[in-house]
Design a protein around this ligand. Structure first.
Ligand SMILES: *Cc1c(COP(=O)(O)O)cnc(C)c1O
Length: 343
């Protein structure tokens, strides 16, 4: 953000801001190219995959994936939380959607066993949400889908750890949680899944083919968000890449879960085998005490700890941008609150 602020009014002596540039200009072309190259290098994206910079958020991908990938008109969905459910509901507008597994019986606090699941042989794809932002769970393993492409929402965990893109047919993620600012959605798609023969009614803007052919410049892209992504990529490379980032993220999560597991007041909500490294959900078990803690934490400068309205309790989001010191401060605040309440 400091670098962006320094360049805000005058990008590299050009006398204009990235915000003011034409998306067809040479300077922006370089930003676009170096950002895609950097992303591919950082995340190790194989050549058979396209990286697209789109708009509409992950929510638009809930619709674009079924519109673009349907051949037989069927898809199997793993229901692991709110976003997975939304993706399935949207797909059901276009396809025959089958629920392949669901964590609903346990209030989505645990990822169902994904080994040994069976999928319809003629399903066009299997969809999953790798990290469940609201309930604080994550899939630690991927289901074996054989030749059926795996489509995954990585909005809240992308670039938090190494990515094995080859295991997926399509990956999508909004940029605003782990990759920068709102307005940009990154789509990583195996090129053989980019189809030309789509039904007439699929809008040109909602076809992967349109954006692939135009190198994400079919229309005006979210230029500033792409520029910020470029900066985030360079920051991650400076840290030592995704392995180094993963280690830092594991340490942050271990600190908070470690505290929760010995606390006599707070407890973690997600089951141990399903715990997210990015979103840590916790509670005292008493809504009034939870609210008191959120208020006290906020006064101490620890912001945004109130849990999602559907999950209740508290949630600490430890995205890449959260430094370990922030987690330290949270744990100290929790320990002080615990001491004050129960000695
Ligand atoms: C935040 C989030 C979304 C919604 O993203 P938008 O970019 O707002 O559409 C979808 N899926 C997951 C996993 C998320 O965390």
């Amino acid at each position: 953000m400091r670098e962006a602020a320094d360049e805000m009014l005058d990008y590299r002596g050009l006398g204009l801001s990235v915000m003011e540039m034409s998306h067809r200009s040479k300077a922006f072309g370089e930003i676009m190219e170096s950002t895609e190259e950097g992303f591919r290098r950082l995340a190790g994206i194989p050549d058979e995959y396209a990286v697209l910079f789109l708009q509409g958020g992950a929510s638009l991908q809930f619709a674009m994936a079924p519109m673009n990938l349907a051949r037989n008109g069927k898809a199997d969905y793993l229901l692991t939380g709110v976003w997975a459910q939304k993706a399935a509901d949207e797909a059901a507008r276009y396809l025959d959607v089958r629920e392949a597994a669901t964590g609903e019986a346990e209030g989505f606090t645990r990822i169902p066993d994904l080994s040994g699941l069976s999928f319809r042989a003629d399903a066009d794809y299997v969809h999953l949400c790798l990290n469940n932002t609201i309930y604080g769970t994550r899939c630690t393993d991927l289901p074996d889908t054989g030749d059926i492409p795996l489509v995954a929402d990585l909005s809240s965990c992308i670039l938090s750890e190494p990515l094995d893109a080859a295991r997926y047919g399509l990956i999508y993620a909004g940029a605003q949680k782990n990759m920068g600012i709102a307005g940009l959605t990154v789509v990583i798609i195996r090129k053989d899944l980019i189809r030309e023969d789509l039904p007439e009614w699929v809008p040109l803007m909602l076809r992967y083919q349109t954006h692939f052919k135009a190198a994400s410049l079919y229309n005006t892209p979210p230029g500033y968000a792409i520029y910020v992504l470029g900066k985030v990529i360079r920051w991650l490379e400076g840290l030592g890449g995704l392995d180094a980032m993963a280690e830092i993220n594991q340490q942050k999560a271990a600190l908070l879960y470690g505290y929760l597991d010995q606390s006599r007041l707070f407890r973690g909500v997600a089951h141990r085998d399903s715990r997210s490294l990015m979103n840590v959900t916790f509670t005292t078990g008493d809504a009034a005490a939870d609210a008191d803690f959120v208020k006290q934490a906020q006064e101490a400068g620890l912001i945004g700890l109130k849990g999602h309205r559907l999950a209740g309790g508290m949630r600490a989001s430890l995205y890449n941008a959260m430094p370990p010191e922030g987690v330290n401060e949270l744990v100290e605040q929790m320990a002080a609150f615990e001491k004050e309440r129960i000695g």
